[in-house]
Design a protein around this ligand. Sequence first.
Ligand code: ACO
Length: 424
Amino acid sequence: MTRVATLTIDGKTIEVPILKGKCGPDVLDVHALYQETGLFTYDPGFTSTASCSSGITYIDGDEGILLHRGYAIEDLVEKCDFLEVAYLLLYGELPDGSQRESFEQSISRHTMVHEQLRTFFQGFRRDAHPMAIMVGVVGALSAFYHDSLDIYDAQQREIASHRLIAKMPTIAAMAYNYSRGCPLPYPQNGLTYSQNFLRMMFAIPAETYQINPIIARAMDIIFILHADHEQNASTSTVRLAGSSQANPFACIASGIAALWGPAHGGANEAVLTMFGKIGTKQNIPEFIERAKNKNDPFRLMGFGHRVYKNYDPRARIMRKACYEVLGQLNINDPLLEVALELERIALEDPYFIEKKLYPNVDFYSGIIFKALEIPTSMFTVIFSVARTVGWVAQWNEMMADPAQKIGRPRQLYTGYEARKLPKK
Ligand code: ACO
């Protein structure tokens, strides 16, 4: 039997159904509220609002748990590679041998971009931020792949999804090589997803590029950890854009734009800049004080999360990977010392304890990126490559839902009432 809550407004009582999910908080189904009461709900920043139902990713923020299709992120990182996780997110189950083979084949067959798309890069300044290039070039894919724009055709949706997953590393590596004045790379389909990306990023035609398996595995872990995270700002942006029946390439471009901000995916870049500014362990207390000062806009980047009120499980994996990668590559980075000490001091500080502020995925990722010689401006780009899988999985889930309708929030209007134009 459906549980209901009762709501009494101006003497009139209505029943609000309470919907039950598989895990996590139940939700009040307020979709009929306006019709029944003439009232909207008000929830800036969606702090108490479920914007959709989804069966892809589950986060228990209090316990610090992250599941994709029911599987713990820790297990996926240990036992799977990125394309297996991508398949899981897209299709709901891990692939068997032949499913894996045909998925890999399809992704590798779509890694190249239309030759004309390469000319787009010339329109950007060499010092353009690569995220600016990503927003533009990924959006422009809509102009090249007309045979996968019919969003009501499941097969076209699937092809568009594979194209996006396959082409993102190519476009990202092209953006990087454009900025450093190197030839724009072509993919090599005999390599794994992560190996291919690394080769496109760093190989130059004049030399042979040796793929370091430690670096390739670290890249794969980074991709897995960023693959999906339920209804975060960029995923919600993709869903909202998709709800207007926009094409998938345009939707993913909108997700990239939303990801760019430092409160979201741009935080990984901001974290490393912050570590650099802190410089040495001695300066940490000054930055902690600044983060606590309400009159100072400075925040401890890589700390805090809307959903996690416990250690972000991805940060824990990243922290461990950081140790391993730096150890295996024989790198002694003083920034890791700064990060560990900053984390220790913050986690013992009453301000961070009371507000339940813990390191998030971005806190340690920059240090690994640095060890892999990935420039800071590419951090968020790599996040966008990985998150494309989550975006397309969530977009496909929404498009296949017969109850799907355009997302159109309402507002609490605080402007002028109707008034006459002044006389001229
Ligand atoms: N440093 C200092 N204080 C913080 C921090 C921080 N990093 N994060 C939150 N707080 C404080 C806020 O000032 C606020 O204090 P108040 O209640 O006294 O006003 C309280 O903690 C709650 O913070 P909100 O901003 O209201 O929480 P919200 O859920 O809206 O924001 C966010 C979450 C944006 C991630 C925030 O913690 C933040 O800005 N962190 C730094 C940026 C960052 O690392 N972003 C990456 C997030 S993970 C990702 O997107 C991949």
